[in-house]
Design a binder for this molecule. Structure first.
Ligand code: HEC
Ligand code: HEC
Length: 323
């Protein structure tokens, strides 16, 4: 690793070098002069005759006062200028910090370029191979665990350009760290047995924020689905609540997979009051917080308040309660 030296540091070093050299010259000359006999009368400041009053208070004083005025002017102009520039300098530093995090996250997200490209020397983990370029979604071939002979399926990978709208940052961090067992999503964090440290995961989250399409576009994307509960459920919920939905072999609708079984009145027991269920689907609850009758959130169910309209959430909840 090389240390980057800024222009300010170079100027600082140059001034320091000149000052040290001057100081050495001063020490050497005064030591040599004071070695001569009688030299203290000439050299000791308190023994030298000084200027008389006229010379002191005349042009000499004016000259000193003039210089003081000039330096005062420099301070009077310089300090406010510094003060005016400071907020934008700080904002710029902050923005630069964020932009570098996003750039690092982008590198981690994309596949490595050919070795001839200097960019190939920083780590790349190729999330976009499964999640699509810029996180628009994709699919991957996957060997279903527990099948003998191994059964190969094509698993749909969710878009990530809306993931920051439906998960809190801490939840995304946990998904990336531990992956999602029994799906193609591997564990990436050191704690989950993967290769990435906390800084890299936080850079990835910064990148995921940067590619987010924002709530307006996400709601517009859902608009064509209207308020038909089943269509909405298949579009937004079934991949987690219906076994096999992600690879085109759906089992019982809402019968439970990664997310719990929503049929056979289970949701009615968890949410006797429909409004609680609507609130859960809109906001979910943070890890460890209660929901419904006896639910305790694991921080793994996405919230949909920024992806679906209140009417659509009501429609999908009505549909779930009818299962
Ligand atoms: C081998 C394919 C594959 C790779 C590579 C991959 N993922 Fe995933 N990822 C998936 C699949 C499949 C899911 C959904 C699993 C499911 O059905 O619940 C997923 C889910 C996610 C989710 C949760 C989204 C949601 O709404 O459920 C996040 C966040 C995520 N991946 C981030 C990443 C990041 C960041 C990387 C790169 C470091 C990455 N993934 C690499 C396949 C992959
Ligand atoms: C990424 C996977 C995933 C998606 C997508 C998903 N859910 Fe869930 N859902 C879960 C998980 C996991 C839980 C369990 C929550 C927990 O333990 O904290 C859950 C819990 C629930 C519950 C509470 C069930 C109970 O008995 O406690 C309801 C209701 C629910 N989801 C509805 C929905 C609706 C409606 C949608 C679509 C708009 C949806 N979910 C989309 C994963 C998902």
């Amino acid at each position: 690793m090389t240390l980057a030296v800024t222009t300010q540091q170079k100027i600082g070093f140059a001034i320091a070098a000149v000052a040290i050299a001057g100081w050495l010259v001063y020490i050497i000359t005064t030591t040599r002069r004071s070695a001569q006999p009688g030299s203290e009368i000439e050299l000791a400041p308190n023994r030298r005759p000084y200027l008389d009053d006229d010379a002191m208070e005349g042009p000499r004083l004016d000259r000193y006062l003039m210089w003081s005025l000039i330096f005062l002017g420099v301070l009077a102009v310089g300090l406010p200028l510094y003060w005016l520039r400071e907020p934008s300098r700080q904002a710029g530093a902050q923005r630069g910090f964020d932009e570098r995090a996003v750039a690092r996250g982008h590198d981690l997200f994309t596949p490595a370029p050919p070795p001839s490209d200097p960019g190939s020397r920083v780590p790349h983990f190729g999330c976009s191979n499964c999640h699509g370029v810029n996180g628009t979604g994709g699919s991957t071939s996957y060997s279903l665990p527990g099948t003998n002979p191994p059964k190969q399926v094509t698993w749909q990978c969710p878009p990530l350009n809306t993931v920051t709208l439906r998960y809190r940052d801490s939840e995304i961090q946990s998904i990336i760290t531990y992956g999602r067992a029994n799906t193609p999503m591997p564990a990436w964090g050191l704690a989950g047995g993967g290769p990435m440290n906390d800084q890299q995961i936080s850079d990835l989250i910064a990148y995921l924020h940067s590619i987010s399409i924002g709530p307006e576009k996400a709601v517009a994307q859902a608009a064509p689905l209207g308020t038909d509960g089943k269509t909405l459920f298949d579009g937004y919920c079934a991949r987690c609540h219906t076994q096999g939905f992600s690879y085109g072999e759906p089992g019982t609708e809402g019968g439970g997979a990664f997310g719990p079984n929503l049929t056979a009145g289970d949701t009615l027991r968890q949410f006797p009051d429909e409004n609680d269920q609507i609130d859960w689907v809109t906001n979910t609850a943070e890890l460890g917080k209660p929901y419904g009758t006896r639910g305790v959130s694991h921080g793994i169910m996405p919230h949909f308040g920024e992806m679906l309209t209140p009417e659509q959430i009501k429609a999908v909840v009505d549909y779930e309660r009818s299962l």
